[in-house]
Design a protein around this ligand. Structure first.
Ligand code: GLN
Length: 500
């Protein structure tokens, strides 16, 4: 199926079309809903789509546009990862446990985007409870990679990434605990940013590991991510880790004039950690990333080698901490107040056991068990406390590195999208694929992935840029300049409707 320009348009072009009344939000949204209906059966990127509700939001947006009460996202359709609570709408976290949960309130991010007039196209598929790197553990079945059905879309925000890549939604939200925005962005050939911890409120974003979870944005380009992220950030007193600082307009920041058009990145120093380029790294990924780095240099950036000596410890550290926090966060799902409750049980304890055993899939249960173990008396010091100490060392590595560079670059993932099911029997192998993304969450830093090439099988390769705290504008600007000079972000997968 060929893309008509409307599906392929950047948000700024959709904005102009809406403002100039070339198209209404109802019409635009209807086109995306039709496209979801035609193509999503082959991708499984969405869990919930509610046409009437979506069109009612589009109608309200059109009224705002008619009254000239327009904000940058008014009337623009977008998709939400199903980890964000949406009032009056099913919010499942891709778990059987929440398969009957209609949220009574909106997540802070959803409230902000509603206030901005954005139109909710639907809730996207993901790994159950955001635990995974492939979007295969969903109660609703796996997400397919739009570039090659039969391959994973990455995870845990695989549905949002696949939806944006296949242009079922212009932009989408995600959440990132150990890479869940950046890695699916890389696997699906789009741009995704995870901001500094605390910039996006976690209120109403179903908790996985609270000290690592952070909402993020997906778009085809840095420009689209900048528009979405600008509307998602903002202080929220309901999240105790929300940062009270002025919001930034990233979309305006990336358009700042440059003094030397031929070398728009002059003055930018990018650190290259040797730990992110091990000998055993696949040659296609290495070649694509190195070529992108050469492009950054051509645009005026200087590259220098740096060390992140403790980054290699990030997998065990991140997983110990994430599982510990998850075991505590997920204790709220007990079958009493909301969510799945077993039909038959002998007594209260039996009701807890049966409800949780039936409601959670194998990977979630594995993590609750491991998390409970590392927090238990006698093991807390050996695992959890140790992990917290190493977390501090990893964060310290970054601060030392940023004394000598502005951004850090490397591959987003050591692999490209694997075949569905091929890693399911070996969870640790899958955890290891998060080696380049997890250090960033442990340090609370912002990170971004943008497309930079393809492997021989035609699957996308992503480049990760990491910045110091609050350097979102710098990350997005560097990517924007790269994307103005290259066309990786303009490539589209050959998505077609499944045979009837
Ligand atoms: N892949 C990591 C995990 O399974 C991170 C997931 C995420 O970022 N939500 O925990």
């Amino acid at each position: 199926m060929t893309l008509s320009p409307i599906f392929d348009a950047p948000v700024s072009v959709l904005r102009r079309a809406l403002d100039e009344k070339e198209i209404s939000s109802i019409e635009l949204t209807g086109l995306f809903l039709d496209r979801i209906e035609a193509l999503d059966p082959g991708l499984n990127a969405f869990i919930t789509v509610d046409r009437e509700r979506t069109l009612a939001e589009a109608r309200a947006a059109d009224e705002r546009i008619a009254r000239n009460e327009t904000k940058p996202l008014t009337g623009i359709p977008l998709a939400y990862k199903d980890v964000f609570c949406t009032e009056g709408m099913l919010t499942t976290c891709a778990s059987k446990m929440l398969s009957n949960f209609v949220s009574p309130y909106d997540a802070h991010v959803v409230s902000l985007l509603k206030q901005a007039g954005a139109v909710n196209l639907g809730k996207t598929n993901m790994d159950e409870c955001a635990m995974g790197s492939s979007s295969e553990t969903s109660y609703y079945g796996p997400v397919n990679n739009p570039w090659e059905p039969g391959h994973v879309a990455g995870g845990s925000s695989g549905g949002s990434a696949a939806a944006v890549a296949a242009r079922l939604a212009p932009i989408a939200t995600g959440s990132d605990t150990g890479g869940s925005v950046r890695q699916p962005a890389a696997f699906c050939g789009i741009t995704g940013i995870k901001p500094t911890y605390g910039l996006v409120s976690r209120y109403g974003m179903i908790a996985y590991a609270s000290s690592l979870d952070q909402g993020g944005a997906f778009g085809a380009s840095a420009e689209d991510c900048a528009l979405l992220l600008s509307a998602m950030t903002g202080f929220d007193p309901r999240d105790s880790t929300s940062l009270d600082r002025p919001t930034e307009n990233y979309a305006a920041a990336i358009e700042a004039p440059v003094s030397d058009a031929a070398r728009p990145l002059a003055g930018l120093t990018i650190g290259i950690p040797k730990e992110f380029f091990p000998d055993e790294m696949g040659s296609e990924i290495r070649a694509a990333v190195e070529e992108a780095l050469a492009q950054y240099r051509a645009l005026g950036a200087s590259l220098r080698d740096i060390d992140l000596p403790n980054a290699r410890l990030a997998i065990p550290v991140c997983y110990v901490i994430a599982m510990a926090e998850a075991s505590s966060n997920l204790s709220r799902f007990d079958g009493v107040r909301y969510g799945h409750r077993a039909a038959e049980y002998a007594d209260l304890v039996d009701m807890y056991c049966k409800s949780r055993s039936e409601g959670f899939g194998a990977e979630v249960q594995r993590r609750i068990l491991a998390g409970t173990f590392v927090l238990s008396h006698g093991y807390y010091d050996a695992y959890y406390l140790q992990a917290q100490k190493l977390r501090r060392l990893i964060a310290g590595d970054f601060q030392r590195a940023f004394a000598g560079c502005d951004l850090i670059a490397g591959p987003t993932s050591p692999v490209t999208a694997w075949v569905l099911g091929s890693m399911s029997d070996d969870p640790v192998q899958m955890y290891l694929a998060d080696i380049y993304t997890t250090p960033v969450n442990l340090a609370g830093l912002p990170g971004l992935s943008h497309p930079c090439g393809f492997d021989a099988a035609g699957l996308p390769i992503g480049l990760q840029l990491i910045g110091n705290y609050f350097s979102e504008a710098r990350l997005l600007t560097a990517t924007h300049r790269f994307q103005q000079a290259t066309d990786w972000h303009l490539r589209r997968p050959p998505v077609s409707a499944p045979a009837a």
